[in-house]
Design a protein around this ligand. Structure first.
Ligand SMILES: [Zn+2]
Length: 130
């Protein structure tokens, strides 16, 4: 019987799912936070092309406080954009808006592991109410 090779991308997704699933909800972790809106823009590594935008009001009861968004690169391994720390810092300081940029630190693809980083970019804008 041939052993099934572990797909590094699928393995990472699975671990992330467990990590995020185990975190408390935003409502539980940040009891002062009453509303959160997110506005995200994704760019390819050369910033030549906007790959998509997401804008919505977060359901604080359902959303997990491990606050991570998928990288738009469908081949990316071990990346994603984790806004957990940025959000936690903002809530502690009672900031009303935060904006920033993040580069994905995953690998560009399965064949590029250890060679080339993904570097897709996220621009975020969070609006918070207390
Ligand atoms: Zn990536």
């Amino acid at each position: 019987m041939q052993q099934k090779k572990i797909d590094p991308r699928a393995e990472f997704r699975q671990l992330e799912k467990v990590r995020i699933g185990a975190s408390p909800s935003l409502a539980e972790r940040f009891q002062d936070l009453k509303a959160l809106e997110i506005d995200l823009e994704y760019f390819d590594p050369e910033l030549l092309r906007r790959m998509g935008t997401i804008k919505y009001t977060v359901n604080l009861t359902n959303a997990k406080s491990a606050f991570s968004f998928h990288c738009p690169n469908t081949e990316c391994v071990g990346g994603d954009f984790d806004l957990t720390d940025a959000l936690a810092t903002a809530v502690v300081a009672h900031q009303k808006t935060i904006t920033g940029e993040m580069c994905c630190q995953g690998w560009l693809s399965k064949t590029m592991i250890g060679t080339k980083r993904c570097l897709h970019m996220l621009r975020y804008n969070l609006t918070l109410q207390y």
